[in-house]
Ligand binder design. Structure first.
Ligand SMILES: *[C@@H]1O[C@H](CO)[C@@H](O)[C@H](O)[C@H]1NC(C)=O
Length: 169
């Protein structure tokens, strides 16, 4: 018959199901503080990235050869962004190339990258205190005032924001 009466009966369950699932999936509160853990996922361009160049790197100009084998801050690196000599190097090292064999994007040959401090909110906070509204700095401060502690009850999940699914074609 008409599905409406059945739907009507199911409605309370449908309304409460997400709540039940969340409750069942939630970690128990921290024994000492009673706080449920919070995981923050930063927005686009917030996660800090480090890079290391290898001998396979072919720089667009000799000045981009850079230090080989040393990890340095690739993003966000305001010094390099503002330096007219370093900015083109930064742009080249941040670039992704499409690999038809992988059917995905990867770093330019000779550039290794890593995300900093997975698990902590410290891998995506703004360096400049004036920018703390960006990338959840104000939220982290508010949570810490409320008793949350980074790495104990407050966690961060930084990621390589350049990696998005390849567009069709
Ligand atoms: C920023 O980039 C420049 C140029 O690539 C590099 O020399 C410097 O070490 C980087 N800064 C940090 C903090 O790694």
């Amino acid at each position: 018959m008409a599905p409406l009466p059945h739907l009507h009966r199911l409605l309370p369950l449908l309304l409460f199901l997400p709540f039940i699932l969340v409750r069942r999936g939630a970690r128990p509160p921290d024994a000492a503080t009673g706080l449920h853990p919070v995981v923050l996922l930063p927005g686009n361009k917030c996660s800090q990235l480090e890079a290391r160049l290898t001998d396979a790197y072919e720089p667009p100009s000799p000045q981009c050869k850079g230090p080989v084998g040393r990890w340095f801050r690739l993003w966000k690196n305001a010094t390099a962004q503002r330096d007219p000599a370093a900015a083109p190097c930064l742009a080249d090292q941040l670039r992704l190339v499409y690999d038809p064999a992988l059917r995905d994007f990867r770093n330019v040959a000779g550039v290794e990258t890593r995300v900093l401090r997975f698990g902590s909110t410290r891998g995506f906070l703004a360096d400049n205190p004036g920018d703390k509204d960006l990338c959840m700095g104000t939220l982290v401060e508010a949570l810490e005032r409320a008793g949350y502690r980074d790495g104990e009850t407050l966690f961060g999940a930084p990621y390589d924001f350049r990696q998005a699914p390849a567009a069709p074609g």
